[in-house]
Write a protein that binds this ligand. Structure first.
Ligand SMILES: NC(=O)c1ccc[n+]([C@@H]2O[C@H](COP(=O)([O-])OP(=O)(O)OC[C@H]3O[C@@H](n4cnc5c(N)ncnc54)[C@H](O)[C@@H]3O)[C@@H](O)[C@H]2O)c1
Ligand SMILES: N[C@@H](CCO)C(=O)O
Ligand code: NA
Length: 433
């Protein structure tokens, strides 16, 4: 069987992890792939003095990899949108297969890239882009092929989960983010992690692979963790909940929900126990029920594990000359449905509300009457002894499920009340029943 030649573009965290694991486990990987997988070219902006690349040619121009006729698979690990897109489209034009860890690229330009790849008859694989080392794309596209997938929910940003976990232990947001950057977990621009953009990229891909819909990143709802306070983390805990940053995609008759936001989940649920840089994705299928995939969501060798699994898949097909391919998003193009993303106002959810109010008679009655006028039922209410010492008290309310539109109207009225400080904190809550 023919050897398969790989060229790596980008020798940073994931690039170096990929080089190291492919080199270290070369024999056993070849045993699985049925052929040798040779790294024949590496390109990155700067050489790495800390790495021994042996006699593999290194250049600073990533297009050298794409233009090398002996390269079968281009491994794109530079990140970003524009140059990465140019690189991947050039690779496809040159008839090369592509393996990428770049979820931003796939979420935003995937429809165009898969279309080009389909016409060129090449594979574009992206397992490492979603939930890092967890083989969740394989699970959805192949393992769940029998099911109508109704919803997917997950902790899909390692940096964000690491920050929330450490904040629960009393550490400062900024200090933990810096540590996540040093550990190689964060994106080049860490606002992608803390403002939920990275999770939204991944959720977009999960929803398309799960439901058979086009990638629609720009239509999703995205809220990050930057406004989550230690106070709300602690009070959610007192109510029996944990705050996690979740991506939630739900297939409905009238469209799909696509939303990323901090979420209260019962402490007893398995996903509440997923801490640190670990990720977990719950996938609900009509035949199998709820399944959960759990493991490291970021990091050099953990991500390399998924990059190399994709390389092995492509290598198996290339080395035996197979025409058989798994469709890019799990469904053949003609089976993709044009279901659109629903506006956030149409989503139903329970809510945690924190209202800072003046400590005077009738305040609670005013708050509950606004909620009940909008059909919002209260599950529990906690009126805290004032820690503010200025005549104001925090009122914490957990509601039953209600439409976001109703909640927006109620919050507007609550904020306009003379008895409140005009800023209601809202965190959505889910129990996955
Ligand atoms: N770090 C993780 O844990 C992780 C996990 C999953 C996916 N990813 C994704 O993998 C990709 C790479 O992430 P990373 O953490 O390894 O980033 P990184 O910054 O550590 O590495 C990127 C490397 O590519 C090089 N590079 C960038 N643009 C280049 C260009 N135009 N020409 C030549 N070299 C260029 C950089 O110099 C750097 O060495 C990103 O798409 C990221 O989102 C990262
Ligand atoms: N920055 C990303 C890398 C993995 O995709 C994260 O923290 O999850
Ligand atoms: Na993955």
């Amino acid at each position: 069987m023919k050897d398969v030649n790989v060229g790596i573009c980008g020798l940073g965290t994931v690039g170096s992890g990929t080089f190291n694991v492919l080199t270290r486990n070369a024999r056993l990987i070849a045993g699985r792939a049925g052929c040798s997988i040779n790294i024949i070219r590496i390109a990155s902006r700067r050489p790495r003095d800390d790495m021994d690349l042996g006699d593999i040619p290194f250049t600073t121009d990533i297009f050298d990899v794409v233009n090398d006729p002996s390269v079968d698979i281009v491994v794109e690990l530079i990140g970003g949108y524009d140059t990465a897109k140019e690189l991947v489209l050039a690779a496809i034009r040159n008839g090369k297969h592509v393996v990428t860890a770049n979820k931003a690229l796939i979420a935003v330009h995937g429809n165009e890239i898969f279309d080009a790849a389909q016409k060129a008859g090449v594979v574009v694989a992206y397992e490492a882009g979603v939930a890092g080392g967890i083989p969740v794309i394989k699970a959805i596209r192949e393992g769940m092929a029998a099911n109508r997938i109704d919803w997917i929910a997950g902790i899909i940003n390692g940096t964000g989960n690491y920050i929330l976990t450490e904040m629960r232990a009393g550490r400062e947001f900024a200090e933990v983010l810096k540590e996540a950057q040093e550990l190689g977990y964060a994106e080049a621009d860490p606002t992608f992690d803390v403002e939920g953009i990275d999770a939204a990229h991944k959720l977009t891909i999960l929803a398309s692979a799960g439901f058979g819909v086009p990638l629609q990143f720009e239509k999703g709802f995205t809220e990050g963790i930057s406004k989550i306070t230690p106070y709300d983390i602690a009070h959610a805990e007192l109510l029996g909940y944990r705050i996690k940053h979740l991506g939630i995609a739900r297939r409905r008759e009238d469209g799909i929900e696509l939303r990323v936001h901090p979420t209260l989940i019962p402490q007893s649920h398995l996903i509440a126990k997923v801490d640190g840089v670990l990720n977990a994705v719950l996938v609900d299928g009509d035949a199998v029920g709820q399944t959960m995939y759990y493991g490291p969501g970021a990091g050099d060798e953990a991500t390399a594990s998924a990059v190399i699994a994709d390389i092995v898949d492509v290598a198996r097909a290339v080395s035996i000359g197979s025409e058989q391919r798994i469709p890019y998003l799990g469904f053949e193009p003609e089976a993709v449905e044009d279901l659109s993303v629903l506006p956030m106002e149409d989503v139903h959810s329970a809510y945690y509300l924190r209202i800072t109010a003046l400590d005077r008679p009738g305040v609670l009655a005013n708050i509950s009457s606004i909620l009940s006028e909008h059909g919002i039922n209260i599950e529990s209410i906690m009126q805290k002894e004032s820690e503010l010492k200025d005549g104001r008290i925090p009122v914490i309310i957990l509601t039953h499920t209600v439409q976001e539109r109703q909640m927006n109207q109620a919050i507007e009225e609550l904020e306009a009340l003379a008895d409140t400080d005009g800023q209601v904190v809202r965190i959505r809550a889910e129990n996955f029943n």
